[in-house]
Design a protein around this ligand. Structure first.
Ligand code: SAH
Length: 378
């Protein structure tokens, strides 16, 4: 974010050190090229930082003493810090990670018999105001840096390793809209799938979006990780109410953008997320409309029982309703699954993540004036 003209920011005392956690492979190679070093240095550093989880340059024994000294002088490896650690009765873990500037984000680990899924945040708060999501009530503060996104995985991997657990899947389903933090999310995802970093397969890293159409076209060029789309309604009128972004990027434009994302990727499908709201979007007719809407698109449909939060105006559909809704979709030939609610007792379930979002004024300004006054930008 740049300062508006006329806003005079005082000069920083000393240049901040470069956090190497912010660099994916391409950026790391660029950094070493500037230092006059060979590209393989990037591989070495990525392995030390992400695979071996070493943050002390002196311990990086395959680098020359001179290079280690140089790196210590100009760089650092700075991780997010956990300020709160909660464990659900079902084993789900939730960490509150504190960031620079007084903000905090939530990261959730969901263990299952054959896998461990980490749900990461991409923004501090969210600007999209989906009417059934508690992150929306927090307003939006800022995008997370690459270091803050990959730092969630780096942090969780280290903590879980001590308990003999590992992260096998990552979903961008925490706080924020990943496609509104495009570059940082793509860079972080590339580290997740980098064999010298976390080596997760592209099928095990999922970006979940509320459907930012122009960004979906760019995403197709930038990555091939899995895509989940928060559909939640089969018709515009209802989707406008639940996901207000739909007024800008309606269903008729969203679907071609999703088809395009998997067009050159054989055997891939889109996961459609559909929150089950009692009496709102859970009628038989909605299921039939949904089946018709998605015809011809390789699809999986994931029904998410609504997770309530203080002040929420919706109720969760009954299990019978959800089952019937799923059955209609299955009879139409779709894979339709119901997401098991996990971590509810620690507010770690979908849509319950709130973190600690400073300076929520931005949302008010955006609503009232469409644009924040420059004085409010820091
Ligand atoms: N902004 C992204 C990722 C955030 S949330 C997106 O919209 O996809 C991940 C999923 O949880 C989304 O499908 C979101 O719609 C859903 N969700 C949000 N609030 C929820 C709630 N209260 N109960 C159940 N699911 C919720």
């Amino acid at each position: 974010m740049s300062s508006a003209p006329g806003v005079n920011s005082s000069a920083p005392a000393a240049p901040a050190k470069l956090n190497l956690l912010d660099l994916d492979r391409r950026a790391m190679e660029g950094f070493f090229a500037e230092l006059g070093e060979k590209p393989f240095r990037a591989t070495q550093l990525i392995k030390w930082i992400h695979q071996r989880r070493v943050a002390d340059f002196d311990a990086m024994t395959d680098l020359s003493k001179a290079l280690r000294a140089k790196l210590s002088e100009i760089c650092e490896i700075r991780l997010p810090r956990a300020v709160f650690d909660q464990q659900s009765t079902d084993g789900t873990r939730k960490w509150l990670l504190s960031l620079d500037g007084g903000n905090a984000i939530e990261t959730v680990f969901i263990p299952e018999p054959n896998r461990g899924t980490l749900c990461v945040s991409s923004q501090v708060g969210c600007a999209l105001e989906c009417s059934f999501c508690s992150t929306a009530t927090q307003g939006f503060n800022r995008n997370l840096s690459v270091a803050e996104i990959i730092g969630q995985l780096r942090f969780a991997t280290a903590v879980l390793a001590e308990e003999g657990l590992s992260v096998t899947n990552v979903v961008f389903m925490g706080m924020g809209e990943p496609l509104l933090n495009f570059n940082n999310v793509v860079a972080a995802a590339s580290l997740m799938t980098d064999d010298d970093a976390y080596g997760l397969s592209k099928r095990r890293v999922t970006i979940s979006t509320s459907g930012v159409v122009p960004a979906l076209y760019r995403l197709a060029e930038a990555t091939d990780v899995s895509l989940a789309v928060s559909l939640h309604a089969p018709v515009d009128e209802l989707r406008n109410e639940l996901v207000p972004l739909n007024k800008k990027d309606p269903i008729a434009e969203l679907l071609p953008a999703c088809r395009n994302y998997i067009a050159d990727k054989p055997h891939r499908s889109i996961t459609w997320e559909y929150v089950m709201l009692d009496g709102v979007n859970d009628h038989d007719e909605h299921a039939r409309q949904l089946a018709k809407l998605l015809a011809g698109i390789p699809s999986k449909i994931n029904l998410i029982p609504f997770n309530p939060f203080p002040g929420s105006r919706y109720r969760r559909s009954t299990p019978e309703r959800i089952q019937r809704f799923a059955r209609i979709l299955q009879e139409a030939g779709y894979v339709a699954t119901t997401r098991k609610t996990r971590g509810e007792d620690i507010d770690g379930a979908c849509g319950q993540l709130v973190g600690r979002v400073q300076d929520r004024t931005k949302r008010r300004f955006r609503r009232e004036q469409q644009q924040p006054p420059s004085a409010a930008r820091v």
